[in-house]
Design a protein around this ligand. Structure first.
Ligand code: HAM
Length: 399
């Protein structure tokens, strides 16, 4: 499988140390928001995602990777897992509110294409126990600020919608279903099936003709109650006050069933990638109950790390440490220098030797070391070492 090749679990095109710097920036961002790290289990019961993400979503219907025990799957996402962990641990529940972050690989059996992988990393933060209100604004403004700091804000835009509660959607779904029945002939085959099982999921269709047709469909927003509409207005006013650029998209429903209220996606501005979101999330106040838990108001988001990486131009990585290049019969002196620098807490690596100096220097340069320490016959005889600055080329003797 193409994207399982790299030793890091990332696609081959990804430079691991650049990605690690980006992951560290995400970690700092989460910790500044007061979030603590959690480790999500890789394997979960299939049933967890059937009940939370939803039986008739793309993820559950087509994309889950099962183990030979068909009741178990590789986690396709982290939110349901986080809520299950919260529910299963009474001690955590007593805390009432907590912010959790994770940076973990997820698995979906999707056809690999640009920005879409079977194994991909999500950096996510879940705000557990937080009711609708200022947290929603805090999350949107903080993410917007983070993307500005990464210098990617010009390449993406925030799309926003409000989808109400299950109860608010009841009347709308009736109207939508009658409209879909009239237009049934124009729908693709998967959308036809979804009309019966879960009509809202029709908005996830990737078929261009269906997307065009849906522009004529009744709008969910028109069926929401006054409180939801007022809340959306408040969010919009505050986002404007805090200079967050956004666009309202009344057809944005997200591809997972557990959402209610505010939902959002940061999507590529680039036309070719219009299907792809870099980060996405929303409120999921009834997810906990849907898997037999208590009432846990919550919201959160996840960023696709490979997609974030594709937009991010990192500053050139700083060179660091010493690389010891040594010639025949100088190994004892090379080892002494290696241990001396390590004792001083300097990153130091020694070449395996038995090869020409130019090859050793090339290795030092390509491995991004700052200095090469050269130890040859004249160095041993004169009791000094030569230190070459691999950035400037300057060489000095150190006695
Ligand atoms: P999601 O929209 O399914 O939401 O995924 C979140 C992000 O993961 C996407 O915006 C995208 O960047 C990335 N992603 C998804 N699938 C792939 C893929 N096959 N290849 C590469 N990247 C991908 C969730 O998973 C929710 N759990 C997000 C959330 C957290 N909602 C509340 N809290």
């Amino acid at each position: 499988m193409k994207n399982f090749k790299n030793i890091s679990g990332y696609p081959e095109s990804i430079n691991i140390s650049k990605m690690q710097s980006l992951e560290n920036l995400c970690k700092n961002f989460a910790e500044n928001l007061g979030a603590i790290p959690v480790l999500l289990p890789v394997v979960e019961k299939r049933e967890l995602f059937e009940r939370s993400v939803g039986n008739s979503t793309d993820i559950v219907e087509k994309e889950m990777l099962s183990l030979s025990d068909k009741d178990l799957v590789l986690r396709p996402e982290g939110t349901a897992v986080a809520i299950r962990m919260w529910n299963n641990n009474g001690g955590l529940r007593n805390l009432k509110q907590q912010r959790w972050y994770y940076s973990d690989f997820m698995f979906r059996n999707e056809t690999p294409q640009s920005g879409r992988f079977k194994q991909f990393k999500q950096f996510g933060i879940e705000f557990l126990g937080y009711k609708e209100g200022l947290t929603d604004i805090e999350v949107l403004c903080s993410l917007d600020q983070f993307f500005k700091e990464l210098g990617i804000n010009e390449k993406i835009k925030l799309k926003l919608n409000i989808i109400g509660s299950k109860e608010e959607r009841t009347l709308y779904l009736k109207e939508l279903t009658s409209w879909l029945t009239i237009n049934m002939e124009k729908l693709d085959s998967l959308s036809k099936q979804r009309c019966v099982k879960n009509p809202l999921r029709i908005f996830d269709s990737k078929i261009k003709e269906t997307q065009l047709l849906l522009k004529e469909a009744p709008l969910l927003y028109d069926y929401l109650n006054i409180e939801s509409k007022q809340y959306f207005e408040t969010i919009i006013t505050l986002l404007n006050k805090f200079n967050v650029n956004f666009e309202i998209d009344y057809t944005l429903v997200r591809g997972l069933d557990y959402y209610n209220g505010l939902v959002f996606e940061f999507v590529y501005l680039n036309e070719d990638k219009s299907q792809n979101a870099v980060a996405a999330g929303g409120r999921y106040d009834s997810l906990s109950k849907s898997i037999n838990g208590e009432n846990v108001p919550a919201m959160g988001f996840a960023v696709g790390m490979e997609r974030l990486y594709s937009l991010y131009s990192s500053p050139n990585e700083e060179r660091k440490g010493f690389y010891i290049c040594w010639l025949d019969n100088c190994e004892e002196q090379a080892l002494r220098i290696l241990f001396k620098y390590r004792k001083e807490n300097i990153i130091t690596v020694m070449d395996t030797g038995n090869r020409k100096l130019v090859k050793q220097l090339k290795q030092a340069d390509e491995s991004n070391f700052r200095y090469a320490i050269i130890i040859g016959e004249s160095e041993v005889e004169g009791d000094f070492i030569t230190r070459k600055d691999l950035e400037t080329g300057e060489e000095i003797r150190i006695f």
